[in-house]
Design a protein around this ligand. Structure first.
Ligand code: NDP
Length: 343
């Protein structure tokens, strides 16, 4: 049987219709659908369509408020603090986007914190558009506890990703985006679905013993930080920037595990913009290119983000393959919306 192919527009319409069916406003539904489809389009499948059952069950059980209206408050000349109202973080970011960019242009730097939010997606869609307009952008998100801390044997910290985007003259931004764990939970889910073992060193089981079995990691076990203590340190920093500084919950305080259907993390986001022009860095673009040329001369064959950009170009012409069973499931979700009160 051939795999159905959908255009980016058609898939976005379908995914947005699922969010709308749960009571989300059309513009917000297209915002959240946009990040899901962008991940699928760019070959970042750990955070693409496989996440839709989790989005849906989190809304249907009342863990996420699909109708949430975020509030954005300016705390200082360069600090915005948003409360997502227990909705998806990307909606709060969309509300704050213009003001954040304006503050960064005025002040040379601006920070946005988002608390009381759910972030179930890849992080690069949050930073890449800022870099496409000339800003250096750094973002971090905390998730519910999935990972050990320094030498720990139980999950305490989130897999807390950090994403960085750097503008380039005449080229798409250079963007990297990585979890604090050796692999994201989304990749563990893909391994479980494919019946594949995890690479050694990815996780431990509920007894704290090393395992390559995805189910053992997901069922009471834990992921391990990348590069040992170093990944634990990055995840700690993310908890401080997002939850302590932003006024939200730490990963270990997320109560979703006790609520059947609550798949998304109650998380918090930190986003920093820097304007190279405001800092007087007139040769910034040329300096970035000089560094990248030196890196390539050093033997690096690909830059972070290039794999995604290549997949994006392919999808723009060839569309996005969606397995028939997944397509059936998405269509079924559209018809089963049952908006519920928030938790
Ligand atoms: P990967 O390990 O797949 O990739 C990390 C980064 O390294 C990417 O920017 C990737 O670029 C780059 N990279 C990989 N291989 C190379 C190479 N050979 N040369 C140059 N660059 C390379 O990502 P993770 O598994 O750590 O994370 C996957 C996703 O999970 C992220 O998008 C992250 O935001 C998301 N996540 C989300 C969470 C949430 O709560 N919302 C929690 C944890 C993770 P490229 O993209 O081009 O492959």
């Amino acid at each position: 049987m051939t795999t159905p192919i959908l255009s980016i527009e058609d898939l976005t319409d379908l995914v947005a219709a699922i969010f709308e069916s749960r009571g989300m406003a059309l513009a917000d539904a297209r915002t959240v659908a946009g990040v899901v489809v962008a991940a699928e389009r760019d070959g970042a499948r750990s955070h693409g369509l496989q996440r839709m059952p989790g989005y849906v069950s989190s809304m249907d059980c009342g863990w996420v408020d699909a109708r949430a209206e975020p509030r954005v408050e300016q705390r200082t000349p360069s600090l915005l603090a948003a409360d997502a109202g227990n909705g998806f973080a990307q909606i709060a970011l969309a509300r704050a986007w213009d003001q954040l960019a304006q503050l960064a242009r005025q002040n040379g730097t601006a920070v946005l914190t988002i608390r009381n939010a759910h972030h179930f997606a890849a992080l690069w869609p949050d930073v890449e558009p800022f870099a496409a307009t000339g800003f250096i952008a750094l973002a971090a998100v905390n998730s519910r506890s999935l990972m050990t801390a320094w030498d720990g044997t139980r999950k305490v910290l989130g897999t807390n990703p950090v994403a960085f985007a750097c503008p380039r003259p005449g080229a798409p931004p250079l963007v990297w985006d990585q979890a604090s764990s050796t692999m994201s939970q989304g990749d563990v889910l893909l391994h479980r679905a494919a019946g594949k073992p995890l690479p050694p060193g990815a996780g431990i089981d509920r007894a704290g013993q090393a395992t390559t079995e995805p189910a053992a990691v997901l069922d009471g076990g834990a992921l391990l930080p990348f590069a040992g203590a170093k990944g634990g340190s990055i995840a700690f920093m993310v908890e401080i920037l997002t939850a302590a500084f932003g006024g939200g919950t730490f990963g270990f305080e997320d109560g979703g595990a006790a609520l059947p259907g609550a798949a998304t993390s109650l998380s918090n986001q930190f986003l920093l913009l820097l304007d190279p022009a405001a800092a007087g860095a007139t040769a910034f673009g040329a300096r970035v290119e000089a560094l990248l040329a030196a890196i390539k001369a050093g033997g690096s064959r690909r830059m972070p983000g290039e794999r995604r950009y290549a997949a994006r170009a392919r999808a723009a012409t060839a569309g996005i393959p969606v397995e028939a069973a997944v397509l059936d499931e998405l269509r079924a979700f559209c018809g089963t919306g049952a908006p519920r009160a928030s938790r």
